[in-house]
Ligand binder design. Structure first.
Ligand SMILES: NC(=O)c1ccc[n+]([C@@H]2O[C@H](COP(=O)([O-])OP(=O)(O)OC[C@H]3O[C@@H](n4cnc5c(N)ncnc54)[C@H](OP(=O)(O)O)[C@@H]3O)[C@@H](O)[C@H]2O)c1
Length: 322
């Protein structure tokens, strides 16, 4: 079934990923996109979600709404991170099923994998070890989301045609990112630091850590394209590349680079001429985090935006919004 002509609910359409999914759907299909702001529909409210699905009756759902945040927020609000995410997933997936939705795509995250998972991280490493403690509550909720999809498929796949899939993106960046000075991911944080250093003529930018950890970054519109691709895969193809109880799909570029290499690319895009130094007293985190994306590559999708091009687009977005 393709998306064309469908009524598609994009949950979290004002978020970074949700808004990119809306862009991709508007570009690719003539479907009607159903949207609700957080204020109009709190997805943790079971009765409200039930009534929304009953009246709107979407054909497909992209579940990109979540309570997300960095290490500080995860550590400070662990109850919110597990409760809100479990409620959003349980309410949306169950109400989707009750109202007859056959196709749903759940967005997770690479933090579902064990702290000590072999690199690059394959889908098979799920539930093979203990999680990174700082975001364990969030990761547990995301793992529950995958298992909700699989369990509804197992119980209602044959009888009701239920086909719920999940994708696990690597670190994302691009339009709609959060550029908060203290609570942002590495790319938006570097963009802000280099930009402010340039406009204020600062001689030096100091970056936390040694600059040696390796990380992977995917442009958010590539992620949106991957989401639509996975949603639209023929069921026989999808089934041939996944297992009933190991059905999630990693989405990354397959390439990583050091934080120092990344900083030098961001510096070039922003046009900062000063010095860059690394504060080796600050913690580095894991030495490497890279997804194994061979499953999605074998399913016919690979990332198309070069990091330099994505960073240039992200910087334009920063200039527009800051
Ligand atoms: N950004 C990344 O690097 C990244 C990487 C891997 C995976 N992901 C995954 O992608 C998904 C989306 O992330 P994102 O970066 O797009 O986050 P985001 O920009 O914060 O967007 C999340 C959206 O969900 C909405 N939302 C939160 N709680 C809600 C509720 N109770 N009811 C209704 N709406 C609610 C938010 O609305 P309000 O802002 O109004 O609350 C926001 O629009 C998440 O599942 C995340 O794990 C993101």
């Amino acid at each position: 079934m393709s998306s064309s002509g469908n009524r598609i609910f994009v949950a979290g359409h004002r978020g970074m990923v949700g808004s990119a999914i809306v862009r991709a759907l508007q570009f690719n299909t003539d479907s009607e996109i159903i949207k609700r702001t957080h204020d109009a529909l709190d997805l943790t409210d079971q009765a409200a979600v039930k009534s929304f699905f009953k009246s709107e009756r979407p054909d497909q759902v992209y579940l990109a709404a979540a309570r997300v945040g960095g290490i500080y927020a995860n550590n400070t609000f662990p109850a919110e991170f597990i409760y809100i995410n479990l409620m959003i997933e349980a309410n949306v997936i169950h109400s989707a099923f009750e109202s007859g939705v056959k196709k749903l795509l759940f967005l997770g995250s690479s933090c579902i994998y064990p702290k000590a998972a072999a690199q690059p991280m394959t889908e098979e490493s799920l539930l093979t070890g203990t999680l990174e403690p700082t975001n364990e509550p969030y990761a547990i909720a995301k793992i529950a989301g995958i298992k909700l999809c699989e369990s509804y498929n197992r119980q209602y796949g044959d009888s009701h045609g239920v086909d719920y899939r999940s994708v696990m993106p690597t670190n994302l960046y691009g339009p709609g990112d959060n550029y908060h000075p203290e609570n942002s991911h590495v790319i938006p944080a570097l963009i802000r630091r280099f930009h402010e250093a340039r406009v204020n003529n600062l001689p030096k930018v100091t970056i936390w850590g040694s600059g040696t950890p390796r990380r992977e970054f995917l442009y958010v519109d590539d992620m949106a394209e991957a989401s639509v691709h996975v949603m639209e895969l023929d069921k026989t193809v999808y089934d041939a590349h996944t297992q009933t109880m190991l059905s999630h799909i990693n989405v990354g570029t397959g390439h990583d680079l050091t934080v120092a290499e990344l900083a030098s690319k961001v510096r070039r895009v922003v046009g900062y001429q000063g010095e860059v130094e690394f504060d080796r007293e600050m913690p580095d985190g894991a030495p490497r985090k890279l997804m194994d994306s061979s499953r999605i590559n074998n399913l016919g999708w690979s990332a198309s935006t070069a990091l330099e091009d994505g960073l240039a687009a992200a910087y334009q977005d920063f200039l527009k919004t800051n």
